[in-house]
Every structure is written in C-alpha cells, then in structure tokens.
Design a protein around this ligand. Structure first.
Ligand SMILES: [Cu+2]
Length: 503
C-alpha cells in the first residue's frame, strides 16, 4: 500500500473510525496540548546485536537512556511519544493493553502506519501486569522489534520480591522475508498483516481433507525450508540460528545478581515469532501467580509451557545458602534452549549448555488446565456465540480461519456490552497460539471440557484440540483475532472481532 493510498483511506474512513471511538485521542506528538504532563519517550531504532560472535542488524524499542521497553509504576498513565527511527514505516502494538481502538498499534484502513521519521502520541490507562510491545507490520517482529511493557501494581511493590524480566525470542541471521519465501515457495505477498495488503495466493484449494493429519509432502517441497526436518515439522516451521533471552544466548547469558534467601518475581515474555518454550526452573520450585498479566490461583512446579505472545509471572524463593540458578527456556520438540542465570554474591557461575540432554515434547494445555482466574468473569448468559475453525497447512504454506485468509475473512460482529464466546477448533496440522486484541478473555473450556480458567489474551489451541474463550465486549473497534505465530499470521490466519457501539 502506498502512503497516498493510506492517507486517502485514512481520511475517507475517519468518520467511521470516530464512530468506533477513540480517534480523537490519536494525536501526532506535536499537537498534544502544552498543559499535558511530559510524555515518556520511546524510539524504534536499528541496532547491531552480536549473536554467537557475529553482528546482526536488528531493531529495538528503547527509551533515551537505552532501557528496552517501558516499566510503569502503580498509577502511572500510559503517556508515550513513540518516534519511528527504524528507517522504514512501522507500527507498535501494545500487547496486553486494552486501549481505545485508535491507539492499539495496528495499521488498517482507519489507522495509518507511523512513517519513518515521524512520531505518534499515546495516552490511556494502562492495564497492570507483565505485557510487551512489538511491531504489527510485515515481518519486523522477527528482527526483534519487540520489548517488555511492565505495569506494576501496589501489590507488586508490597510483596518484597526482586523483579526480573525476561524477553524470549527466536533469531535468524537470514532476512525474514527469505525465511517466509522458503516456506511458501516464494508465492506469498507477505503484506497480509495490514488491512488492504496482499494475503497471498493459492488459498482456496485446500478447504478440507487435512483433518488433523499431516499434509503429504514430497522431498522437493522440503528443499529451501530452512533446514526443517520431517521429525520436527509438526511442531516447528523454521530452524533458527539462536534463541535469545534478553538479547543473549547461553554462550554469554545475562547474569542477574540476587540475594541469598531472597524472593524473585520472574516476568517471562515469550516474544518469539515461531517458537513455543518450556520454562525450566532447574532446582528451584516456582509458583505461577499471573498469566498474561492477570492474577491466577498459585500453581507450583518447575516446568511450565508458554506459547508465543504469552506471559507468565513466577515467584521464586531462593535458598538461604545461595548459588547460581539457571532459568531456562527450551524450544518445544527440540534440544535448543536459552535463558538467564540468577546468581547470589560470590556464587560460581558455571557454563550452561545451549543444548539440553534430550528433546522437549510439545507445549500442551497441562498448565492451562491448572490455571484459575483470581478475578473471573461474572456469571451471565451468553449473547453471542461463535465457532471458528483453524485451517490451512504446510503445502501450500497458507494458514487460515474457516478456510479463509485475512482479507477474505468473515468478521465476528458483536455489540458493545454483549457477553461473547468464541470456540476455536483446530483442524489444521499445527498448534496455534490465538491472540485477541482489545480485551482480555477468560478460558472457559478446553477440548470441550468446561473450566473456570485464566483470564488472558493469548491461548494455545493444540492440533486436534479446541479452546473456548468468553469476554464482555466493552471496547468498540475492529480487533484482530489471530495466530501469534508470525508466519501463520502473515500468510492469513487472522480475522476480526468487530465490536459495534450502539447509540
Ligand atoms: Cu498458527
């Protein structure tokens, strides 16, 4: 889409956007009234990151002092000026926030991209918890256009635990467009993330028949698919060069100083584009206390799965004797892992291998089934119930919803105030982490079994599985509902929840 088209469409649809609410709060930085409080400053920038001794050109989202992302204190407003110095157009989605539609950080017919060199202002009430920010344009997220977005609460402050934030990522030295072209055979226009962008060719010929079985693939199709192996292909599409925790591999991990006998609150963010991780706390017992920023009944353990887009807050009690404690994240289906090291003063920090002894199994719903929201939805009858099927497959590499790629999708339309349920049935040959913008939801059934699950914004729908989510539609707008595997979203696995304001 050209800038001219974007502008024309923006102007033409300004009235409808205003009807959806919030457009008046989307102000270029320069037009904010002088009496307003000073905004926090963030910039999307290019930077050089050394990965395994080799330099790589990536993006970052940083404050003027170099801090990656934002850490807001209790009661602090999300008042931000975002400068785009990426060298290309961009847009940053505030993943986990529930702002007015205009400020969600997604480009569409009503909301333009931030042009290179321009700034954009944001002003809304943030949602407490562990969240993150990332590009919602093209494949920029694969090149680390992502950062933490932490909103602390008064209770966090009282709990006397050291906050340790870890952003996980998967990394390739390749151009992400090349990686995607290797998967699609080069037939994709990967502009599918933005409304009006291309959404690929070749969809439509694969309507049924996968039914949960692996699609047939011959070896000529396997070439150029990023080294993918037959054994791994139902779990992982892409062979990455490295897995990062706060930008670093286990060759040279971040070592966080902690106190003997101290308490730690891990804020873990799976910011990977195409990798589900098993969190491995090693010798430490952990307690999950929040999912996607929302408090849950405590769940204890040492291994927890988390899929792309999800966050987990885990409380740790360190032993009085101290020591060094690797906090690891192992890729599902593989031996590769990344992580950080918690170390008390004087502890010897040994080397942790980047490969685990054995391959991890798939991330499944075992943790999800144990999660219970501390603040569940109030009981009330459902006003609008939808069932959508997650469809598509590897050959051709097109991922869809109800056999439709984004652009040909059928939006789920609701009215403001309605109690809505969406059942997502996975008929495709891979798992999908499904993310809804604009509101958090409660997980109310998994594989058809009812539960009073976590309130969150991203839920795993495994192969052959289903998940039902429920929420009260209280935020007018056109909200993306999509797979958080970037390559699946880019090839079409996205629809919209349209929440209409009735006057
Ligand atoms: Cu997916």
């Amino acid at each position: 889409m050209t800038i001219l088209q974007t502008r024309r469409r923006f102007l033409a649809s300004a009235a409808s956007a205003a009807a959806l609410g919030g457009l008046s709060t989307l102000l270029p930085a320069a037009v904010r009234p002088a009496w307003a409080a000073a905004p926090l400053r963030l910039a999307v920038e290019r930077r050089v990151l050394e990965v395994m001794g080799k330099p790589a050109s990536v993006f970052g989202i940083r404050q003027p002092d170099g801090t990656s992302g934002l850490f807001l204190d209790p009661g602090q407003r999300f008042l931000v000026d975002l400068a785009n110095r990426a060298g290309e157009d961009a847009v940053i989605h505030w993943h986990g926030m529930t702002p007015p539609y205009a400020q969600d950080g997604v480009a569409d017919a009503n909301r333009p991209l931030i042009r290179d060199g321009a700034s954009q202002g944001y002003d809304f009430e943030p949602r407490p918890g562990t969240h993150w920010m990332h590009s919602h344009h093209g494949l920029q997220e694969q090149r680390l256009m992502a950062a933490p977005l932490i909103v602390r609460t008064v209770e966090d402050r009282r709990e006397d635990a050291q906050e340790v934030t870890v952003l996980l990522h998967d990394f390739t030295f390749k151009d992400p467009a090349e990686v995607l072209a290797g998967l699609t055979g080069g037939t994709m226009n990967h502009g599918g993330m933005d409304h009006g962008g291309g959404h690929g060719s070749g969809h439509g010929g694969h309507g049924s028949g996968h039914g949960g079985a692996m699609p047939m693939m011959d070896h000529s199709n396997m070439k150029g698919m990023g080294g993918m192996t037959m054994a791994a292909m139902d779990l992982n599409d892409v062979e990455y060069d490295a897995y990062l925790a706060n930008d670093r591999t286990l060759d040279d991990p971040e070592v966080v100083r902690v106190e003997r006998g101290g308490r730690v609150r891990l804020r873990l963010i799976n910011g990977a584009t195409s990798t589900a991780f098993h969190i491995d706390l090693g010798a430490l017992d952990g307690t999950v206390v929040a999912a996607d920023g929302n408090p849950v009944q405590p769940v204890s353990g040492r291994r927890f799965g988390m899929v792309m887009g999800q966050r987990l807050d885990i409380l740790l009690q360190l032993p009085a004797g101290g020591g060094a404690f690797p906090i690891l994240a192992q890729r599902e289906g593989e031996r590769q892992r990344t992580g950080i090291i918690l170390a008390t003063p004087g502890a010897t920090v040994g080397k942790t291998a980047g490969l685990a002894d054995g391959a991890a199994g798939p991330v499944d719903l075992s943790l999800e089934r144990r999660l219970t929201a501390l603040a569940p939805l109030a009981p009330r009858p459902t006003d609008a119930a939808f069932t959508i099927r997650l469809t598509g497959g590897m050959a051709p590499y097109v991922w869809t919803i109800d056999d439709r790629a984004f652009g040909e999708h059928r939006p789920l339309t609701v009215r403001k105030g309605q109690r809505v349920t969406v059942t997502m049935v996975n008929e495709s040959p891979m798992a999908h982490p499904m993310h809804l913008h604009g509101q958090h939801f409660q997980v109310t059934a998994l594989d058809g079994t009812a539960l009073a699950g976590a309130v969150r914004d991203t839920v795993l729908v495994p192969m052959n599985g289903s998940a039902t989510i429920a929420f009260d539609a209280d935020n007018p707008g056109r909200w993306p509902l999509h797979c958080h595997n970037l390559l699946h979203m880019a090839t079409g696995m996205m629809t919209e929840l349209v929440c209409e304001q009735t006057i």
